[in-house]
Design a binder for this molecule. Sequence first.
Ligand SMILES: CC(C)(COP(=O)(O)OP(=O)(O)OC[C@H]1O[C@@H](n2cnc3c(N)ncnc32)[C@H](O)[C@@H]1OP(=O)(O)O)[C@@H](O)C(=O)NCCC(=O)NCCSC(=O)CCCC(=O)O
Ligand SMILES: Cc1cc2nc3c(=O)[nH]c(=O)nc-3n(C[C@H](O)[C@H](O)[C@H](O)COP(=O)(O)OP(=O)(O)OC[C@H]3O[C@@H](n4cnc5c(N)ncnc54)[C@H](O)[C@@H]3O)c2cc1C
Length: 669
Amino acid sequence: MATGGVNADLAKERERATFDSEQLTNFLYRGPEKVRRKRYLQNLAIQDPVFKKAPLWAFLNREQQYATALKKHLHAYRRIQELGITEPVEKFYYREAAAPHENSPIGLHESMFIPTIEKQATEEQKRKWLPLCHSLKMIGTYAQTELGHGTFIRGLETTATYDPVAKEFILSTPKLTAMKYWPGNLGKTTNHCLVMAQLITKGKNHGIHMFMLQTRDMETHQPLPGIELGDIGPKFGFFDNDNGYMILKDVRIPRENMFMRYYKVLEDGTYVTPPGDRLNYLSMVLLRSAITSMIGQHLSQACIIAIRYSAVRRQTEISPGGEEAQVLDYQTQQYKLFPALATSYAMLMAGRFMYDFYLKTTAQIEKGDLGTMPQLHALSAGLKAFSTWECTAAIEVCRMSCGGHGYSHASGIPKIYVDATPGCTYEGENTVMMLQVARFLMKMYTNLQKGQELPSFVQYMTKSLDTKSCMKEEVAPKCLVMAYEHRASRLIKAAADAIQAMVMSGSSPQEAWNKNTVPLTWAALAFCHMFVVKNFFEMVEDAKMDGQTKAAFMALCKLYAVNGVITHLGEFIQDGYLNNQQVQYIQKSLLDLLAEIRPNAVALVDAFDYPDAILQSCLGRYDGQVYQALYDFAKSSPLNEKEVLDSFFDYVKPVQQELEAMNQPMARL
Ligand SMILES: CC(C)(COP(=O)(O)OP(=O)(O)OC[C@H]1O[C@@H](n2cnc3c(N)ncnc32)[C@H](O)[C@@H]1OP(=O)(O)O)[C@@H](O)C(=O)NCCC(=O)NCCSC(=O)CCCC(=O)O
Ligand SMILES: Cc1cc2nc3c(=O)[nH]c(=O)nc-3n(C[C@H](O)[C@H](O)[C@H](O)COP(=O)(O)OP(=O)(O)OC[C@H]3O[C@@H](n4cnc5c(N)ncnc54)[C@H](O)[C@@H]3O)c2cc1C
């Protein structure tokens, strides 16, 4: 363990902050009572001997990582029930502290399997399945993706053919590319899964539907007849999870195993469809809606590590013979880290909006009002894609800003990165999601041209495009937001005009669309960026906190907006909306904001309120004793258990002896 109290530089940083980080913590977690409860639950987990005793994941091989993660998550599952924790966010706090940076092998059971039963099953199915799920007799996952198709789900090849005589569905993966491939925890952990398959009844294919399939015996855990299951092998991250493959050879399941809350197959094979078209896709929307907050949290952890470390790390004397500077004092270091910090806050705010919007909209959908489904789909797809792209890039910036030590697992950042980056791929590959946003925006644009009313978050399109920005030397939030609205509107119009022009000159709408997908993704990205900026300003303005805290928070918000203009400058100036002078104001504002944020940098990351036990980083420690921690980490490497390794005698010695013999003058003759 490191000793020596809090590092002097870090202590000074906390003293010089202009605001009380606890105020911001209270805002982030929605009030002091919730913060107390969060800390209480985290401490319960941190103090639990089962979690405390386990070795650090970084020193384990894959099988050990899987077994440790499973053991911890099962213990957490049991403790959560014993403690009567029911709120999803409270379960999350407990789990995160119980197994930090260890992905749960029963994660999809909790995040997709149970919620899908709750939302898509009939009352009778819920009565049958949910108690078994809660007692873990049934452990399930979501099996949609196949070897040949992940994105284009209408092209899935698994079939569910109804047999009206036996009143059963026959599930089959008729060719190699049809096998289920990738579903989390499918390989070894689960004994049930939700299968997405083409429903065929009375000789007709009705598209993909959801079925409950038991994959393994509930006592012996052996795969059931006709089912081949396995782990897909090591990946870039998620080492501790058994993403799996599954082959089905005419596996029969009862008719009642089709999810029938919305879509039904009657005993005689008649297919009954509800008014809504994409209700089967709602499980994906749930997870997409949660990803923006989740990825914002990943980035916030990377920022804590990189910013605390940059306050402790001293490198290079600024004037000859003088003291070496804290690397955080270099403007270039601030330019790496403060936009990353601003991005994490921006995404936490966007995630908060998204999740609240999800809850509101799904409540309406459940009452039969499907009117807001397209908006929910577009926003959840867009924010998921935008946030995962921005945050994973920023995590990597944080890692590199820690120099060499950032490359070690001792920093904690490499693991954060490899577990965050699949967010760009799963739950809808990001480019594909952006094109879904573009599809929605093009529809809105057409509706606007027809004089129809638009939903509130695309209302800005109704304003005519200003030709000049209102930006002055004092860079005002209002002018920043308007610049983002202008950029989004202009790019939406440009993409729509390009498509329209092609159609007018004889192309089919599909052809025109396919020839313009790059400008369409520019438009969708600009829309998402605008949404995040606007939402961030609104949330900071509405936040109930003292003036100093709000000022510190506002500086971050402005930095997020200003930095976005600079990194996408071409799109803001292409039509002359911002002139040279205005661009200079924005560039100067960026430098001023870096200086303004500098004294508050450590307090702004302290506000995320992550205990050391969760961060698991030698560089991000609250006390800043990084060097002792790095030494302790090195000492604990299993390679150091023996002073001289067997491999020295097995490999080095024989080769040395051979080379020595070869190099004898006699041998060369
Ligand atoms: C890309 C699309 C959206 C295309 O679907 P499609 O039916 O071919 O749609 P289209 O013809 O382009 O559009 C038809 C229409 O369907 C709408 N739509 C599409 N998706 C939704 C939705 N979720 N909610 C509401 N509406 C939706 C579209 O907006 C279109 O509407 P429109 O015709 O324009 O009115 C779809 O195939 C898709 O969602 N693909 C991504 C697959 C995916 O997300 N897989 C996730 C697997 S589970 C997973 O990864 C878990 C990982 C978790 C972990 O490990 O933690
Ligand atoms: C860690 C992890 C966990 C996962 N867990 C699950 C799970 O639990 N359950 C499950 O069912 N699946 C799971 N998946 C699978 C995941 O959902 C898919 O990988 C994802 O939906 C992307 O599909 P794909 O792999 O087919 O990519 P592809 O669609 O093959 O993408 C390849 C490239 O093609 C491009 N592309 C594809 N279609 C288009 C298009 N129409 N227009 C333009 N470009 C296009 C993409 O942008 C991308 O650049 C998981 C994946 C990972 C990595």
